[in-house]
Design a protein around this ligand. Sequence first.
Ligand code: AMP
Length: 115
Amino acid sequence: MSEDCIFCKIIANELPGEILYRDDRVTAFRDIQPATPVHVLIVPNKHIPSMNEATSEDEAVLGHMQLVAKKLAIKEGIAEKGYRLITNTGPEGGQVVYHIHLHLLGGKSMAGGLV
Ligand code: AMP
């Protein structure tokens, strides 16, 4: 837990969040400013600031985040039409919150361009 991290506080129930999934390794909650009709953040319970700080020790949790995202895509009804999983890293990657997270985006077509 990092004292000044908003995602650590959501994980610890110290800040409100619409939690959709939680287990001993990850927590998933709705993004407060959804970019798409379905916008969920999947985060490790352990504070990892960004992909740049992730190590081989984090390999399992990073894979688990992807599989939890897949399950949530099914639950949210977007699996069949498709969705996007994004991890922004660093300033030019557009990262704002420095607790690694996977954006699950869907519910509208994003075909035709990546950026
Ligand atoms: P990023 O730009 O990849 O760091 O994404 C950070 C995301 O966190 C943005 O999409 C924000 O809307 C979202 N966010 C920031 N604060 C909260 C919060 N308290 N609860 C839920 N989502 C948040």
